[in-house]
Design a protein around this ligand. Structure first.
Ligand code: PLP
Length: 464
């Protein structure tokens, strides 16, 4: 077979190997990197059904990686998932009418650990081989920062600098970041908003001389390795639920922000996993739900919600799906994305029912419905949903007309969002020993002026 290579959704990037795609992140023409073909594994399905999580991950990931020796790839995968507190890595629970796929058993209790525990080890591996170094700069309003820190802490060729808005992330999320005391981890509390942090990040990345001088890198959700590692749990869950229920197909409901999680499910389906359809859930920031129900992709203002990791205005991974939707035509992708950048909106044709796609249906849950869903599942099924998961469950319930079993992705542990749980149930129910232990943990964090120059000086003095 020809080796797999990575190309841009906008067509103007010479093909890259897997390792180069991981180190590059975003394509140079502004597009996203995608594999030049999607392997069809329909013939292997039966043989994979009983594999445990790391073995299954190895079989799937190796299809997209031909420049890391298989034995080494297996070690990286085993090490990444050994950090999870369950041998199943992503256990399934039957809860009332749905199957809950718990993706929050990693070190920071959110599904981002699945990708970032793997990506951190990949970075280290590639840097070791190339005698390189990397200074990761990130801006976070919550989950991503702690998962990224946890993915690279202690790595000797990597320094990570994570900016969060001073006093504006939850105390719990702040502690999850600032209690990591490894020498290569730098937390910066910027005296400004999350948007200010993002602006500083853009300014530093656009300063090409600075960026090159300090081997600046990013860990955002457009990195192909993040999507790739997430494909695995769709297979893992579908195999188990199909066996349990004797169904030939399943459906997945996915609480969505940047479209990275659900995109992995779309790839799984395209590879031959029998997924009847994907159900996309948004909160009040509903650009994607509006798109899948009208064909119009138009930004709005971001409003803060009870499920902050879904608060997005532009879904960074959406372009990958769009590429396939328009018939793998990079010129058309570039045209649509340019229109969107200039006008804040673009559209693609729908069928007579107003649907853009038959594989993805979409809906919205607002704060009231999300909290009511948490309360109902707690009372009826004695199960605590986090507010992101609850939004997915609510939308899934609106699409209950098909017989295929429904698997709802649980993207965070409820203890990460104790206020929402208390608002929903009236009780202080959400706890986790990892988070309890943080209460007395020592922390390290630098408060810094809301100014790109200040962050630049800090980074230059401490870069590896
Ligand atoms: C990041 C995140 C999401 C959204 O995932 P995307 O891949 O951005 O769509 C949902 N829930 C939680 C808890 C998250 O951290």
């Amino acid at each position: 077979m020809e080796p797999i290579r990575y190309v841009s959704t906008r067509g103007n990037q010479p093909p890259l190997t897997f390792k180069d795609a991981v180190m590059t992140g975003l394509a140079r023409d502004g597009g996203l990197l995608i594999p030049d073909r999607i392997p069809d594994i329909s013939a292997q399905l039966r043989g994979w059904a009983d594999l445990d999580y790391p073995d299954l991950a190895f079989e799937i990931i190796r299809l997209f990686v031909d420049d890391i020796p298989p034995a080494r790839l297996r070690e990286l995968i085993n090490a990444a998932y050994a950090t999870f507190d369950r041998p199943e890595v992503t256990p399934l629970r039957r809860v009332g009418p749905v199957h809950i796929l718990e993706l929050f058993h990693g070190p920071t209790l959110a599904f981002k650990d699945i990708a970032l525990q793997f990506l951190g080890r990949l970075f280290a591996e590639i840097l070791e081989e190339r005698d390189g170094r990397l200074n990761i700069l990130a801006a976070t309003s919550g989950d991503t920062g702690s998962a990224a820190i946890c993915g690279v802490r202690g790595q000797r060729r990597i320094h990570i600098f994570v900016m969060h808005p001073h006093g504006r992330v939850s105390a719990l999320q702040e502690r999850q970041m600032t209690s990591v005391l490894d020498d290569n981890v730098f937390n910066l509390a910027v005296k400004g908003s999350f948007d200010d942090c993002q602006l500083i990040m853009k300014t530093l990345f656009n300063d090409l001389a600075f960026r090159d001088a300090h081997a600046l890198g990013a860990v955002n959700s457009v990195n192909w390795a993040r999507v790739l590692s997430q494909i695995v749990y769709y297979f893992y869950a579908a195999f188990r639920v199909m066996a349990q229920t004797r169904s030939a197909q399943v459906q997945f409901a996915v609480p969505t922000g940047n479209f990275g999680d659900i995109l992995a499910g779309w790839y799984a389906k395209r590879m031959g996993l029998p997924i009847r359809r994907l159900i996309l859930a948004t909160n009040e920031n509903d650009i994607l739900a509006r798109f899948f129900n009208t064909g119009v992709y138009a930004t709005g203002r971001v409003v803060p919600t009870v499920n902050p990791s879904m608060d997005i205005q532009v879904a960074s991974n959406f372009e990958r799906w769009l590429y396939y939707k328009v018939g793998e035509n990079p010129t058309e992708v570039a045209r649509l994305m340019t229109t969107f950048a200039l006008q804040g909106s673009m559209s693609i044709p729908c069928d007579e029912h107003g649907h853009v796609d038959l594989e993805i249906v979409a809906g919205t849950s607002d704060t009231r419905r999300t909290l009511a869903t948490i309360k109902r599942y707690h009372e009826k099924h004695s199960y605590l949903l986090d507010p992101h998961t609850a939004a997915g469950v609510f939308v899934a319930e609106q699409y209950n007309e098909l017989d295929e079993p429904l698997i709802c992705l649980a993207t965070a542990h409820p203890a990460k969002f104790p206020e929402a749980i208390e608002d929903a149930t009236g009780e202080d129910l959400a706890h986790h020993p990892t988070l309890e232990a943080l209460k007395d943990a020592p922390t390290r964090c630098e408060v810094i002026e809301n100014h790109a120059g200040a962050v630049k000086d800090f980074l230059a003095a401490r870069a590896i």
